[in-house]
Ligand binder design. Structure first.
Ligand code: ARG
Length: 462
């Protein structure tokens, strides 16, 4: 079987080389982008008088037929065709004849062709993943609306710290995902440029119109240096990085759901449809989805590091090393989409246990800071002294086996003259939460504002 590039070769390729060199088994994923790019290229060549109108129509028609064949599952991808670019071009010549089919590659190289196909793929991925992130934000915001008054302990060092609402805690994630969505959009906008027409590395002597191709493909413009355009993959790195940050966030959310669904916490129950059982312990219900998303963070980070390392210190311009750019990106994109879709569905069905969340607030004297703040604000006590007095009250609560918020005035009034009956209302957990009215705080008022901002942002970005 003759290779398309076999002109200067007299010997046959080793079969080992063929298998080792080929990328068709994974870059066939790019068939849509490859055909779209070739179609735009052919139209441009005709507009510039490089192809006749008739030649262009045959090429465009042939490409459409190939697309249909691939989508019907009738196209056989063969190792010997090396990659998607040569597979499509070879089939085109079989369909419309070598004379015309052989003209498609005028003013083009596989180097700018693959840079184009891969960039188109990444551009679509930025938007698809962003769409799933928006769905997740909407779900978190809806859960927040239902749990504005669900009290729970806020943690630092995984120790009970101050009372917050469940809404407030979940909104923390919603705002992380808003930044992720913005990051994806800005990556999309920065990279929305067509590299086609860069040819092998130095541009082409043919009178091409790169802007035309860019417009045909939905790009905002063209790249500015041919050598850069065929040799960098920073758009793919950005995609891998953006996905990595998303997984940093989802891994934290999933970790909390795993903890919260344990017997120790009992804050949430994951629905049966998203839990798995044990093959030996009949009573078990495991949060496998969360564990898997947490676990997949490893390969997501690995994919980013892999491509960074592949590109590091590569001399300009194209090197075959760059064929290694694709599998990690395909893997990260499908992993991200699948994970976000299932996480969203699982959250929609999760049931938060309000009673257990409230009971947890009764452990750890969560309103201690509020008592100290009262003494400073209303009684003019120095903060250090207020801290000490409050510490004494906590010790008393421990002695009595109670939570600070459950003490009566009689039980602590002897500790300091400033512990007045009025002080007692600052020990209430609800009051503690409601007191945090600062912008971004956990009071109902502040949380309502956060929910409103998210609704408004989602409305503008839908
Ligand atoms: N399959 C190749 C890749 O993915 C296409 C570009 C090949 N270019 C070349 N000069 N051999 O990178």
């Amino acid at each position: 079987m003759k290779k398309m590039w076999s002109g200067r070769f007299s010997g046959e390729s080793s079969e080992l080389l063929e298998a080792f060199n080929a990328s068709i088994m994974f870059d066939k994923n790019l068939y849509k982008q490859d055909i779209a790019g070739s179609t735009a290229h052919a139209k441009m060549l005709a507009k510039q008088g490089i192809l006749t109108q008739d030649e262009c129509e045959k090429i465009v028609g042939g490409l459409a037929e190939i697309l249909a064949q691939i989508e019907r599952g009738e196209f056989e991808f063969r190792l010997e065709d090396e990659d998607i670019h040569m597979s499509v071009e070879k089939r085109l010549s079989q369909l419309i004849g070598k004379e015309i089919g052989g003209k498609l590659h005028t003013a083009r190289s596989r180097n700018d062709q693959v840079a184009l196909d891969f960039r188109l793929f990444c551009q679509e991925a930025f938007l698809q993943i962003r769409g799933e992130i928006l769905n997740l934000i909407a779900t978190l915001n809806e859960i927040a609306k239902a749990h504005k008054n669900t009290l729970m302990p806020g943690f630092t060092h995984l120790q009970h710290a101050q009372p917050v609402s469940l809404a407030f805690h979940l909104l923390a994630y919603a705002f992380m995902f808003v930044r992720d969505a913005k990051r994806l959009k800005s990556s999309y906008e920065r990279n929305n440029l067509s590299p086609l027409g860069s040819a092998a590395l130095a541009g082409t002597p043919h009178n091409i119109d790169r802007e035309f191709v860019a417009r045909e493909l939905g790009f905002g413009g063209v790249t500015q240096n041919a050598m850069d355009s065929v040799s960098d993959r920073d758009f793919a790195l950005e995609l891998l990085f953006d996905i990595s940050v998303i997984f940093t966030h989802t891994s934290r959310l999933c970790e909390e759901l795993i903890l919260w669904s344990s017997q120790e916490f009992g804050f949430v129950s994951i629905s049966d449809s998203f839990s798995t059982g044990s093959s030996i312990m009949p009573q078990k219900k495991n949060p496998d989805v969360c564990e898997l998303i947490r676990g997949k963070t490893g390969r997501i980070y690995g994919n980013l590091i892999a491509l960074l390392t592949t590109l590091k210190a590569l001399p300009l311009a194209y090197n075959k090393d760059m064929q290694e750019d694709k599998e990690s990106v395909f893997d990260s994109v499908s992993t991200a989409l699948n994970s976000l879709i299932i996480l969203n569905q699982m959250l929609k069905e999760a049931k938060f246990n309000e009673q257990n969340l409230a009971n947890a607030c009764k452990k750890g004297h969560l309103s201690a800071t509020d008592l100290a703040d009262f003494l400073v604000r209303e009684k003019g006590v120095a903060f250090r002294t207020a801290h000490f007095i409050t510490g004494k009250c906590v010790a008393r609560a421990e002695e009595l086996g109670k939570d600070l918020s459950d003490l009566s005035h009689d039980e602590i009034s002897d500790i300091d003259e400033n512990i007045t009956p009025e002080a007692m209302k600052f020990l209430s957990l609800e009051a503690s939460r409601e007191a945090r009215k600062s912008q971004g705080g956990t009071s109902t008022q502040s949380v309502n504002e956060q929910i409103r901002l998210l609704d408004e942002w989602l409305g503008r970005n839908a």
